[in-house]
Design a protein around this ligand. Structure first.
Ligand code: GCU
Length: 699
């Protein structure tokens, strides 16, 4: 039902063997110094709701004040309890026990369950809520055993980006690259009067450890900063606050001019700085816990500091200065490139992939300490296969965050099942070998590798008003995985999935096994039928990034090229003969990508221009690999509906969600055939090389 979609993995449905746990559960909940509207209070409510849902056991909530004394006066009751609060509050009432709690980092929690008693302590308020949700996730899988766990998130920045427009009428509707309906925040140019969905969203995000949401599009509307809108944003922040989720906002760099009426937006002009200081103060007056700003500058037509020949650091630092007194941070995007000047035919060395490192060259060390550079995982744009952005290796003094896309812009737009955790983990685990030392992306962004305090994760989620949030029930595994990985990149893709399935559908073995199987196959499958060997997702480049259109990849100024002609294909990004992009990596990695022999097959066409007859490490030619992979991928997609049908009537697979998912998987199966034939025919027509198995072309 619609409520199941909305509640997603927080349905708190009865667990299979509820009775087995009953004797091991506490009989009341104690909250320490809870304030209604803040996370510890919320944690108490969630624990009550969850335990009732999972096991049918109703628990009372006893509120204790800051000295640890009961507030609601039910003295004498000394039964088993789950106690939830901050470490500090626990110290006030129980100093001796509190001394045994291990040291926790920001947002961390301590969770100890023993013989019907549970202790959930947060390093801060939201840490306590994270701990409560973690225990609930285990209980929801029927796991009521005793254990002790201290957990601190791997990185402080665990943000969500929503690309919501203030109003409809943009070419992409009211959420740019959103496939789940209109904005849950904005309507008709204003913040919605009813923000119920904003609160429900924050609840989902908090349950997986995410701590801030940028609520408006990176292609930001200057009107966001008008008093009416700021008042509205404050109402959104009020909905978020009970869950410890902070509001953040995207800014339009030219606002001082377009909105403020100044004759300039030059970041080095005092009056421009003063304008931003002032508006920032205005925002913090309304939203004292605002997390910070996100800025897309000098990219795809957006204004920025380079408009005045200032550096990107000059631009970012301007916001850093305004935010500093309020403790806010600025996420400054590395997605900087000029989408109009690239000329494919005339310039063999033109390469959009180079842009980030080229533009940020020389700026490391020039940023204020509350500036974080937000870098898309790959150098181009959320493709099915990209090497990790080399910029992660260049910014040593500057904190960085990785930008991932939960919304599946190039990846099937939620009409195709593509579980992305395996791809993200490959990127996060990649070792960039900075200074010849182990330098995994995840350790760079968390701050560990270069000893930085800030850094982390930004996920473009783009939920909408649809009751499935993203447009598809199965796509929600990506949001779940994003949160779990941002907290702890060591958890396995499959482990995350099994947990998500149990909570979203049920812990029926077969349900878990089948959805796990489909999901784990889905990324390689999608890669097989949409774009192989690092050639990128061969979607339509100009219209919506959906459906096959390999021809549209070349001859445009956007620079996501394949350089396919009648004998050869691929971008030559070598230093010796190509765009030089390979040389942007640290020496060990650069050397690897420079040569065909040491470039993995799955990135061959990203780095090299080769004949269709080039023989891969696998022993196949490039063209035959294309043909075979497209057949193989499409064939796997044909099995998804059947797999899903095997779950019909199983526990947790209600009719409505069953039908909804089946419809999408049938569609995907059909569309995979369209993909297969369009791409294969395209390259057959280009190359005139027949398929060894005689499947492609005219017969
Ligand atoms: C992609 C996407 C745009 C978006 C841009 C960005 O190009 O298609 O819609 O604005 O990325 O990340 O800024």
């Amino acid at each position: 039902a619609a409520e199941d979609g909305l509640a997603a993995w927080l349905r708190y449905a009865r667990v299979d063997n509820a009775k087995a746990c009953l004797g091991k559960l506490p009989s009341s909940i104690v909250t320490l110094n809870a304030t209604k509207g803040l996370p510890v209070y919320t944690a108490g409510q969630e624990l009550a709701q969850g335990i009732q849902g999972f096991f049918g056991k109703k628990l009372d909530i006893d509120e204790h004040d800051e000295r640890g004394k009961p507030r609601n006066n039910r003295p004498g009751k000394k039964s088993n309890a789950v106690t939830v609060g901050t470490v500090a509050a626990y110290k006030a009432s129980n100093p001796r026990e509190a001394a045994k709690v291990p040291e926790l980092g920001d947002d961390g929690f301590y969770l100890s369950v023993s013989r019907g008693n549970a202790l959930i302590l947060g390093q801060n308020e939201r840490g306590a809520l994270y701990g409560a949700f973690r225990w609930l996730a285990l209980l929801g899988q029927g796991n009521c055993s005793d254990f002790t766990l201290a957990s601190t998130p791997d990185a402080p920045i665990r943000w969500v980006n929503q690309w919501d427009n203030l109003q409809d009428g943009g070419t992409h509707g009211s959420v740019e690259r959103g496939y789940g309906g209109d904005s849950i925040f904005f309507w008709d140019g204003y913040v919605r009067p009813d923000l119920t969905r904003a609160g429900q969203y924050a609840r989902l995000l908090a349950s997986i450890g995410l701590n801030a949401v940028v609520v408006n599009n990176v292609n930001a509307d200057p009107r966001t900063l008008t008093p009416e809108l700021l008042d509205g944003l404050a109402r959104i922040a009020d909905e978020f606050r009970p869950y410890g989720v902070q509001l953040a906002m995207a800014l339009n760099f030219a606002s001082p001019q377009t909105l403020g009426g100044l004759d300039t937006f030059d970041p080095l002009e005092d009056k421009v700085q003063a304008w931003w200081d002032n508006i920032t103060n205005e925002i913090y007056r309304r939203i004292p816990d605002m997390a910070g700003y996100l800025v897309k500058a000098n990219s795809e037509g957006q204004p920025g500091p380079m408009t005045y020949n200032r550096t990107l650091a000059d631009g970012a630092n301007m916001f850093g200065r305004s935010l500093k007194p309020h403790g806010g941070i600025i996420l400054f995007r590395a997605f900087v490139y000029n989408h109009q000047t690239l000329n494919q035919t005339l310039d063999w060395k033109a390469d959009r992939a180079r842009a980030a490192v080229d533009y940020f060259d020389g700026l490391d060390g020039k940023f204020l300490d509350n500036v974080v550079v937000q870098i898309k995982y790959g150098p181009i744009d959320f493709q099915v296969r990209e090497p990790v952005s080399p910029l992660f290796a260049h910014l040593v003094k500057t904190p960085t965050a990785i930008e991932l896309q939960i919304t599946q812009e190039y990846l099937g737009q939620q009409a195709h099942l593509v579980y992305l955790a395996p791809m993200w983990k490959e990127l996060l685990d990649f070792d960039l070998r900075v200074d010849g030392k182990e330098s995994r992306t995840k350790d760079i962004i968390s701050g560990k590798r270069f000893n930085r305090k800030l850094g982390g994760y930004a996920g473009v989620v783009n939920v909408g008003t649809n009751t499935t949030w993203l447009g598809s029930h199965l796509a929600m595994s990506n949001l779940y995985a994003y949160g779990r990985l941002a907290w702890d990149p060591e958890v396995t893709s499959e482990g995350i999935l099994r947990e998500w399935i149990a909570l979203t559908f049920s812990d029926d073995r077969k349900v878990i096994d089948v959805i796990t199987r489909m999901s784990m196959l889905s990324w390689p499958t999608y890669e097989n039928y949409t774009g192989n060997l690092g050639v990128q997702t061969l979607t339509d480049i100009l219209l919506g990034h959906y459906g096959p259109n390999p021809g549209s990849q070349d001859g445009n100024p956007w620079g996501q090229w394949t350089r396919a002609d009648s004998d050869s294909i691929g971008m030559d990004r070598t230093v010796w003969n190509g765009t030089g992009f390979a040389g942007q990596y640290p020496p060990e990695i650069a050397a690897q990508y420079e040569h065909i022999e040491t470039t993995p097959d799955n990135l061959l066409l990203w780095f090299h221009h080769v004949p269709y007859t080039h023989v891969l490490k696998s022993g196949k030619t490039v063209i035959q690999h294309f043909y075979d992979a497209h057949y193989a991928g499409a064939a796997v997609a044909q099995t998804f509906p059947t797999l899903w049908q095997s779950l019909r009537g199983r526990r947790g697979i209600d009719k409505e969600r069953y039908e909804h998912v089946l419809y999408r998987l049938n569609y995907q199966a059909g569309h995979a055939l369209v993909w297969r034939d369009s791409v294969n025919n395209f390259y057959f027509n280009k190359s005139s090389i027949p398929d060894e198995l005689g499947r492609v072309g005219n017969h």
